[in-house]
Design a protein around this ligand. Sequence first.
Ligand code: HAM
Length: 423
Amino acid sequence: MELKAVKGMHDLFGPELERWAVVEEQARKVFSNFGYQEIRTPVLERLEVFSQTVGDETDIVQKQMYTVMGDESSEKLALRPEGTAAFMRSVIEHKLHQTGRPQRFYYYLSMFRHERPQKGRQRQFHQFGAELINDPSPEADAELIVLLDSFLRALTITEFEIRINSVGCNDCRPKYKELLKDYFRPHLASLCEECQKRFERSPLRILDCKKPGCRAIAEKAPRIVDNLDEACTAHHTQLKKRLTSAGITFVEDPSIVRGLDYYVRTAFEFTSNLLGAQSALAGGGRYDGLSARFNEPPFPAVGFGMGMERVMLVLEAKKALGDIVQVPLYYFAALGPAAFDILYPLSLSLKRRGVKVEMMYEQKKLKDLLKAADRSGARFTVMLGDRELEEGNVPLKNMKERTQENIPLGQLEEELFRRTTCV
Ligand code: HAM
């Protein structure tokens, strides 16, 4: 047996995982600021949770689910390919929607899709998702878009476009579907094989096809935003107004129809040119009727899912990872046992006060200590040997600027602590 992780799934450790942790922390902070509370659902759900909701014709349901046998041989379970359907199952099970009040949830979970792996596309990937239930207003949709925008900007990511569309509702979409079919019918032979299959049942998905031939035809197709009913038009207009007044720049993109079936009205994607073929950083929209697919009365809901791997790829592409990584602030290098006896308890004391310190516990030569300090990425190195102890002055080296200052030994802890509050 080859000892290798399963194709499309990856180990995370070391500096890479540390960078993830910084981004995760930022995400949790933004979600919390916007009033979203965490929810975690199990990794396995009954297959129907997804097959009844995501859509028979979608790639997820047709070919991407990992299934497992349940207790009864007839019972099939699936590894969660997306969070929304599982979230909805949980909401209904715990009657969270029955308060009637708007409620905000977020999750950070692994998702599993049996796709062909490529850059930005994995078989196990991680999604931050946000879901807001019991609020039908376009202001709720706008809030989610502003939240996502805030999160990306907090990470210094500005290289993205917000693409919005409306996919209408069960009243106006069927009429639009017929209109679309009338448009595509004469072009059927020129569409790709997949789009020809989509034509009958999911003509909207043709708008989403990335193949140049299909794209050229789809570009001239009637736009759904021109064929919405009055209520959907008003919702879409108000969303755009709210986004504009919040200072959000967006583009209207009629090709945003989403690869999942449950959306009504608002559909949106955040894309980035830094990502290559898999350009979607995040996607979401409104899914008011989803609960009905579990035979529950419908209630309003809106949300998004954001791919962590893709956020990390953007940070890597713009070489911003160094800026966001939390490195140990101080590296302590003790030359000899007397210096060690001072620096070791001092390192623990500072750690307990929340200061990042890294220290080599093994006795090493000066050359090796300097190398280790460099490698640690610390901003400052505290170097203490017998001579410094005698003089009562400790050199503090700024590793980036290559400068040095001396701190009186008796004031060392307070001086180091003070610096962490102003760097
Ligand atoms: P989705 O568009 O399928 O939506 O996925 C959301 C995001 O997950 C994508 O924009 C992308 O960043 C990331 N993603 C998807 N597939 C992969 C993959 N194979 N490898 C790496 N990243 C991937 C949903 O899943 C909906 N549940 C979003 C939602 C929440 N809508 C309403 N609420």
